[in-house]
Write a new protein. Structure first.
Lengths: 299, 403
């Protein structure tokens, strides 16, 4: 199986007529994802690649039961698009936009949480359950070259690094149940610890791999969760950004959130917290398969 | 985007907030004129995008227009808190009875506010040493702070009595301005009473969310290239900064460091990872950078490449991107060879390692085929392989130059 996205997930695309949405739509359909409808205000009644377009999310879900919406709208429209999806009762949202204003993403995170809606992102390239389905552009034109089906759950704060860890696992003969790029912003919908809990509950995931960065409290939340004893599956983690500690605080070297504001934000502090909780920590992606093998997870 | 005090106070004044009269001046003569118009005792403040100027000597009181001109002359041209002072703010001095503090902050999971009955220049010490004198409260991002919630917070901060109603009303209005104005920071320090018991916004710091400028036309128009740059930024960093502000689409950044290996990366996790691996392998990155997706205007990417190659300390270049990015490898390599040719750079002793696979890869390989110094990694090699390669090649070049 997998978490959040399976072969039977019925997908809506908001902002379906945009360039990125169209190109991801084609690749998703090629991959077998069940995209049932799209929304672009003013374009209702048209279709794109055989997928019907509606003027509102409400009208789309009235005609097509939907499990998840992939939202491709510009950053200033993200809040309204998310609220429209919540209003239509969709339980899983993927928000691709980068550079959403901070007051809006706070609003979005609070609104999805209160409604019990799961939000992936923002600023994510997507989620893929290899061999089944995907939301977003993750995997590019040829996902099979990178993502093999299997029993490792992956959660990464960096979209690009999702591909690198998938390749490292593949080289070791390991496949993936679900790989999620959770988004690199300071505020995201679901946090890393929540993905870990989902993987823990998934009967088809045997082990979990995390890719972290400086900034945010995601990795510390995972450490706390693991210490609580609620996670039985082995976890391996690679946390980048050690070099940032050689420079003054407050300098952002990458993702806006990958910034060290205080000592807890550093890669070193995160590695230590995770290691103390019993997570296997490494600096090198290629070492992850052998760490997993030590815990009995092998191809 | 940091807003200078004259703009921040003008914005607040226009919305009916009690701000002391004041105007910016670019010369001692202008400062004298402003002081003459305002009359009475005055304060001259360096207009720099930084807080805590008072401690850095950037705030001076003056009793006359002449003294005001003299203070302005002493501040203009000086560097305060890493910024060169181009103008000063001349303001009517308020006789202060009590100093409060209120600050609003966004950027974390939820916005929050801090308030204290002990405002003024020692507020940092209060934050650090007397946390019980500071009230912190999260703000619901979906709702306006009400006057009664604000009154409750001031009561917790130990302020009651005749000021409470006005403080509650003012704080609620500031919270609304903070959100509606898309601010990531709004700090009033001091929020001071005069001897008659009237509240004044004596100090005001404001920072606008750069990601919201499109819906804040007033701030968009004020966007000042270079306002965020510090005096320590070099010309290459400033050039990339300017392109980032003036060319639409995506983001580019360039941070120069002390090493010799140029790093051309996307800006996400792979950039951090490769930087770590270089350091672990004994190498020294000459820079870090953020480059936009290839769908964006290529001027941003080229500006970063130009900065990297223009850095006299750079002796080699690693072009390292994640596998199967949507971005096209050939567009990046095209920009790279164009800049190399424009600059007339001889790459024979300047190793360039490229680790970029996916769309446009065959075309990208063809573009560098036969060019000296280029090492395009075989498809399927890891980021770590590419890092080892560039560190080895850089060491060889350095040894070759030394022998």
């Amino acid at each position: 199986m997998s978490i959040l996205v399976t072969r039977s997930t019925r997908i809506l695309i908001q902002g379906i007529t945009g360039g990125q949405a169209r190109s991801d739509l084609k690749r998703s359909l090629d991959y077998g994802a069940k995209v049932v409808a799209g929304v672009t205000p003013g374009r209702g009644g048209e279709s794109v690649l055989g997928v019907p377009i509606y003027d509102t999310v409400g009208r789309a879900v009235a005609d097509h039961p939907v499990d998840a919406s992939a939202i491709y709208v510009p950053p200033l429209m993200a809040k309204s698009a998310v609220l429209e999806a919540i209003d239509a009762g969709i339980g899983l949202l993927l928000l691709t936009a980068e550079f959403i204003p901070v007051h809006d993403i706070s609003y979005i995170a609070a609104a999805t949480r209160e409604a019990g809606v799961r939000l992936i992102g923002a600023n994510t390239n997507g989620i893929i359950s290899p061999g089944q389905s995907r939301l977003g552009g993750i995997g590019g034109a040829d996902p099979d070259e990178i993502y093999s089906p299997g029993r490792i759950g992956v959660c990464s704060r960096s979209g690009g690094m999702s591909a690198e860890i998938a390749l490292a696992l593949k080289a070791a003969g390991l496949g993936i149940s679900t790989c999620v790029s959770m988004g690199g912003d300071a505020v995201t919908g679901l946090g890393m610890a929540e993905y870990v809990e989902l993987f823990e509950q998934d009967p088809d995931t045997d082990a979990i791999v995390l890719i972290g960065e400086p900034g945010t409290r995601n990795e510390h939340d995972v450490a706390r969760l693991v210490r609580s004893g609620r996670i039985g599956k082995p976890i391996a983690a690679m946390i980048s950004g050690l070099f940032q500690e050689r420079y003054p605080k407050g300098v952002s070297f990458g993702h806006a959130a990958a910034m060290i504001a205080d000592d807890n934000d550093t890669a070193t502090a995160k590695r230590r917290a995770l290691a103390e909780a019993g997570v296997m920590v490494t600096s090198l992606l290629e070492e992850i398969p052998s760490l997993l093998a030590e815990r009995g997870i092998a191809a | 985007m940091r807003v200078l005090e004259d703009m921040a106070k003008g914005w607040l004044r226009d919305r009916g907030f009690p701000v002391p009269p004041g105007t910016a001046a670019a010369s001692p003569a202008e400062a004298r004129d402003v002081a003459g118009r305002l009359g009475g005792k005055l304060v001259v403040k360096a207009l720099v995008p930084a807080g805590r100027r008072g401690k850095a000597g950037g705030v001076v009181t003056a009793k006359s227009p002449e003294a005001c001109a003299e203070s302005a002359g002493g501040l203009i041209g000086r560097t305060i808190a890493d910024h060169q002072v181009a103008r000063v703010y001349v303001e009517k001095k308020i006789d202060i009875a009590e100093e409060f503090y209120v600050g609003f902050f966004a950027g974390g999971e939820r916005p929050h506010l801090l308030l204290s009955r002990f405002g003024g220049v020692e507020i940092e010490g209060t934050f650090e040493n007397r946390p019980d004198d500071v009230v912190r409260s999260e703000l619901d991002p979906r709702k306006d702070l009400t006057e009664w919630e604000a009154r409750e917070l001031w009561l917790q901060a130990g302020v009651g009595g005749p000021l409470l109603r006005e403080l509650g009303e003012l704080t609620a209005r500031l919270a609304a301005a903070f959100r509606n104005g898309d601010m990531v920071l709004l700090e009033i320090n001091p929020l001071a009473t005069d001897p008659e018991g009237r509240l004044n916004l004596v100090g005001a710091m404001m920072e606008i969310d750069g990601q919201a400028l499109e819906r804040q036309p007033e701030w968009k128009a004020l966007e000042d290239p270079g306002a965020g740059a510090t005096a320590t930024a070099n010309e290459r960093e400033l050039q990339v900064d300017e392109i980032d502000r003036t060319v639409p689409g995506g983001e580019c950044r360039y941070i120069e460091l002390d090493g010799d290996i140029g790093l051309l990366v996307g800006g996400g996790g792979a950039g951090l990872y490769q930087h770590d691996l270089i350091v672990a392998a004994g190498g020294h990155p000459a820079n870090h950078c953020v480059t936009p997706p290839t769908g964006s205007d290529s001027r941003k990417l080229k500006a970063v490449i130009k900065a990297i190659l223009g850095n006299p300390k750079t002796r080699s270049l690693l072009v390292g991107f994640n596998f199967a990015q949507m971005a096209r490898a050939d567009i990046r390599v095209q920009s790279l060879v164009e800049v190399i040719d424009e600059m007339g750079l001889d790459t024979a002793n300047f190793p360039i390692v490229i680790r970029m696979f996916g769309a446009g890869e065959a075309e990208a390989r063809a573009l560098v085929d036969g060019r000296p110094g280029f090492h395009y990694m075989a498809r399927g090699t890891t980021l770590s392989d590419a890092v080892q390669r560039i560190v080895t090649l850089t060491n060889e070049t350095t040894e070759g130059a030394a022998s």
